[in-house]
Design a protein around this ligand. Structure first.
Ligand code: ATP
Ligand code: MN
Length: 477
């Protein structure tokens, strides 16, 4: 029986079999207490070994990290720390863990240290809670869109397009890098490459999702995306997961409504179904923050923050309004920002986003209608011919969590923007076709899945919410 299920049972001498890993063992010659965990829950079950029932040899083999099968009976606990415990009758040590060599000690390990111990990371309270919540969020994403009548669409991971403009791409090739075939003009001859043309790993499934939406009505992608940018921050990965819904017949505001409802739904799902893990992480975050200087601590605890997001509307402002606020803000006037804001046109850096979210409005905000120069070619141009129907959703601590837009559905305007931005029409012919036949108003957004997990778990580094992080100079395991 899984420990999660076991812990909900009332003890009355039932026979049970449990399997798991030893978290701690203490006791004396006559009696030992084992805290056993099987990953199904943050909580351990206490197993009691009465000394004279087991050989000394066997008891010695049981150390932190070893894996056991225990047959015993479920009884009310004699201690007051737990309501029930398992009185062991038969123990099978499947795998010992040499106590001298076992890398995890009962003391707290740093997250950096644990990143190097990929095989044991999953056995810690913090990471098991994070990865159960990652699962919860994955499930909530599919559940939400299914209930809303969206269809999940698998867009390609290998793409022949490199014009999406979302970021630097990783090239995919089977050509011999030591002996590259050249054509008559001296360039690499990609007709000899595996796909007969140059290919990359995708930076977004959006363009393909638009094709799906303009037939299926409402679709969403949920897949890995890759960015070959050398951004070594706590919010960027080279390989991350993105959720990209695309809605036909929807304008920007319907798209923002959907995004807000979606994020709240996912958070609520975790609160309703994974309260134990969230409580653990709530305490963890407040313990961690107690070590910080007062001004660096968050104003709200983790659970409080999640509840706050559920209960409050996201504040919607335009880019121009945001710029005015930033321009007249204290840190701008006192030249505290690294990038000073002097007016319309400036790209918002994370310091500006954080000021707006954490200092000025103290809640999630949606910024719309950015200057066309700093946004992608496919965003719908406004009447002013200066701004586009873009939206970014910014969260406390995380910054940008969602980026989206109403798409330019008018073929002539779209082509104009592509020329302006030097994007090759020939390469995107298949995308332009959607604007020739039955084009319609449509919108969509991209949510960085790991950023959502960071928000829900309170983890401060994006490397700690993905099982096997890929970052510049690191693709271990
Ligand atoms: P940022 O400005 O934070 O680098 P972006 O504007 O380049 O992000 P988009 O192209 O709009 O990102 O991607 C949509 C979403 O994907 C973002 O809102 C963010 O949540 C997430 N995202 C983007 N880049 C990364 C990355 N390198 N690692 C993890 N998540 C990312
Ligand atoms: Mn963005």
């Amino acid at each position: 029986m899984k420990i999660k299920k076991l812990l909900k049972i009332e003890a009355s001498d039932q026979s049970v079999t449990i399997k798991g890993w030893v978290r701690t063992k203490r006791g004396s010659k006559n009696i030992s207490f084992i805290a056993l965990n099987d990953g199904s829950t943050i909580n351990n079950i206490q197993v009691v070994l009465e000394g004279n029932n087991f050989s000394e040899d066997l008891v010695k083999q049981i150390t932190t990290g070893s894996s056991l099968i225990i047959e015993g009976i479920l009884v009310p606990s004699k201690g007051n720390k737990q309501p029930i415990e398992v009185l062991a009758k038969k123990i099978n040590v499947l795998g010992g863990a040499d106590a001298e060599q076992y890398p995890l000690q009962p003391k707290k390990h740093s997250l950096e240290f644990l990143r190097e111990k990929a095989h044991l990371r999953f056995r810690t309270n913090t990471f098991s809670a994070v990865f159960r919540l990652r699962h919860a969020l994955t499930f909530a994403v599919h559940k939400f869109f299914n209930e809303k009548g969206f269809f999940s669409l698998h867009t390609p991971i290998i793409t022949g397009t490199d014009a999406e403009g979302a970021g630097e791409m990783f090239q995919v090739t089977t050509l011999n890098l030591e002996d590259l075939p050249k054509n008559k003009t001296g360039n690499i001859d990609f007709t000899n490459d595996f796909f007969g043309s140059k290919t990359n790993l995708t930076v977004s499934g959006q363009l393909e999702a638009e094709l799906g939406a303009l037939g299926l009505g409402q679709v969403y992608t949920f897949g890995p995306t890759f960015r070959a940018e050398n951004s070594n921050t706590s919010r960027h990965l080279s390989e991350f997961w993105m959720i990209e819904p695309e809605l036909a017949f929807a304008d920007l505001h319907e798209c923002i409504d959907l995004a807000e409802e979606f994020v709240k739904y996912c958070i609520k799902y975790c609160i309703d179904h994974y309260a134990d893990d969230l409580q653990f992480l709530n305490k963890r975050m407040s313990d961690e923050e107690a070590k910080l200087k007062k001004e660096d601590r968050s104003e709200m605890g983790l659970l409080e923050r999640l509840q706050f997001v559920l209960e409050n509307d996201f504040l919607r402002i335009t880019y121009s309004e945001a710029i005015d606020i930033l321009k007249n803000s204290k840190p701008n006037k006192k030249k505290k920002f690294k990038y000073l804001i002097d007016g319309f046109g400036a790209d918002l850096q994370s310091e500006h986003e954080r000021y707006l979210v954490e200092k000025k409005f103290k809640r999630p905000i949606v910024i719309t209608d950015y200057p066309k120069e700093i946004k992608a070619f496919y965003m719908r141009i406004n009447e002013d011919n200066k701004t586009v129907r873009a939206m970014d959703i910014l969260f406390p601590e995380i910054g940008e969590i969602i980026g989206g837009s109403q798409r330019e559905e008018r073929l002539d305007k779209l082509k104009e923007r592509m020329t302006e931005m030097d994007i090759c029409e020939k390469e995107l012919w298949w995308y332009l076709e959607t604007r020739k036949f039955g084009t319609c108003q449509h919108s969509g957004f991209g949510l960085g899945f790991e950023r959502l997990i960071m928000f829900v778990t309170g983890m401060k580094n994006i490397r700690d919410v993905i099982p096997f992080p890929r970052t510049p100079q690191n693709a271990n395991f």
